[in-house]
Design a protein around this ligand. Structure first.
Ligand code: AMP
Ligand code: MG
Length: 403
């Protein structure tokens, strides 16, 4: 059976064969998108020398402790008072500093007495203090943001400072999520004694949103070959980029999806990976004209489908968009783990930092049944137990994938 690393490689290789479409969006709609161009500033940032404090602009001469206040400049309201060693101009944060200023004395360091400004006892002035220089942040023409930046509030602010109202970004992948199973009911229904709320739909749609892609809810389909064929072929003929299904991909009598994919001309790249949970995982591609769709058939167990998304889909997409993805932490295992096979295990864990020793440790909060949603919700990581590691004991060093 395919190893975890081989499977990951195959997924990444297929993503790298896809093309990323470049579109233009308004700056205000760019949050979470990936920049597809380098951005240069068209002006100096800041555009003029200005004060970083509310205070007084002076031309400082050593030993000087008092000045005559000759004017006032507030932010955006400049008047050029030429100052000399005896004069001071009241200035607000962001105000452009007048000619000859070589220091701004903060309000807290002085007293006003009529038109006189008096330095408080014990205060020292340093030349050029509290002056923000023109172009100090970025000189006109220099690169402000580089391609592949995921645009967050702080980056959007900088693009705005560069005068950009529109940005070239990569189009989000549209990812359809389909839940399969006779037992599934919508989460609004009472599951009664025999049915299950289709929670995977929601966890997978949320996962897609978390990586800033475009989620499409394709609903629930019963374990019926015709119905499945209908849903799968309409998904394959839609403009989805990625199709994710949950359930029906194992070896049970009603697990039809693998056959349906084959019938629908989805090329199987792999089925089953040597991991736990989540072994029966289908990965394939569907090529029509010059467009390739990638297909992930995740197992139905809620933990398995979550793990499948976390391990195979999320990192591959982030990598495809050129993002750096640091999501793991080495920690000391607090409790022994029973693991007697040569699969790679991903165990729900609770990672915590001990402030005193600056060391991370990880405990196992609950049952590891692949249906245990409460346990999954209570975890903050997946502990990786590699293939060759058997029954790790307390104290073992393990890698934890942050979730
Ligand atoms: P399957 O992979 O179809 O054999 O399903 C395995 C288990 O996962 C069964 O217990 C299902 O009831 C459960 N399951 C399947 N799909 C979902 C879903 N969308 N949400 C929650 N549980 C599911
Ligand atoms: Mg099923």
């Amino acid at each position: 059976m395919l190893s975890f690393k081989e499977a990951i490689q195959l997924v990444e290789d297929e993503f790298l064969r896809l093309t990323k479409d470049i579109i233009e969006v308004n700056l205000s709609d760019s949050n979470g998108l990936t920049l597809a161009e380098d951005i240069y500033t068209d002006v100096n940032i800041p555009a003029f020398n200005n004060s970083s404090m509310d205070g007084y602009a002076i031309n400082y001469a050593s030993g000087k402790k008092s000045w005559v206040i000759t004017g006032e400049i507030s932010a955006g309201n400049f008047q050029d008072y030429t100052i000399n060693v005896n004069s001071a101009v009241r200035i607000m944060t962001g105000g452009r500093i007048p000619t000859n200023t070589n220091a701004v004395v903060p309000i807290e360091d002085v007293n006003e007495d009529g038109s006189m400004l008096l330095l408080k006892e014990g205060i020292e002035i340093k030349l050029y203090q509290n002056i923000r220089h023109k172009g100090e942040d970025l000189k006109s023409g220099l690169a402000a943001l580089t391609r592949n930046t995921v645009l967050k509030a702080q980056n959007i602010a900088l693009a705005g400072a560069c005068g950009r109202t529109k940005l070239k970004v990569y189009r989000k992948l549209t990812m359809g999520v389909l839940a399969t199973g006779d037992e599934l009911v919508d989460i609004t229904a009472d599951p009664g004694e025999d049915k299950v709320r289709a929670t995977n739909l929601y966890s997978l749609l949320a996962g897609v949103k978390e990586i800033n892609m475009n989620p499409i809810n394709l609903g629930i389909v019963k374990d019926d070959k015709d119905l499945l064929m209908n849903s799968i072929s309409s998904a394959l003929n839609s403009d989805l980029d990625i199709l994710i299904t949950s359930g029906g991909v194992s070896v049970g009598k009603y697990d039809y999806l693998k056959d349906i994919f084959k019938e629908a001309r989805v090329e199987c790249i792999f089925w089953r990976v040597n991991i736990r949970p989540g072994k029966p995982l289908f990965f394939g591609k569907y090529i029509k004209g010059n467009k390739t769709k990638l297909i992930f058939g995740l197992p139905g167990n809620p933990v398995s489908s979550f793990v499948g998304f976390t391990l195979f889909i999320k990192p591959a997409i982030l990598k495809f968009f050129g993002h750096e993805f640091f999501n793991s932490q080495t920690a000391i295992l607090e409790t022994p783990i029973k693991k007697e096979d040569f699969k790679r295990h991903f165990i729900r864990g609770k990672l915590k930092l001990d402030i005193a020793s600056k060391r991370y440790s990880v405990s196992i909060p609950s049952s590891q049944s692949s249906g245990n949603l409460a346990g999954l919700s209570d975890s903050n990581c997946l502990i990786v137990i590699p293939e060759e590691m058997i029954n790790p004991t307390a104290g073992a060093k393990v890698e934890c994938i942050i979730i």
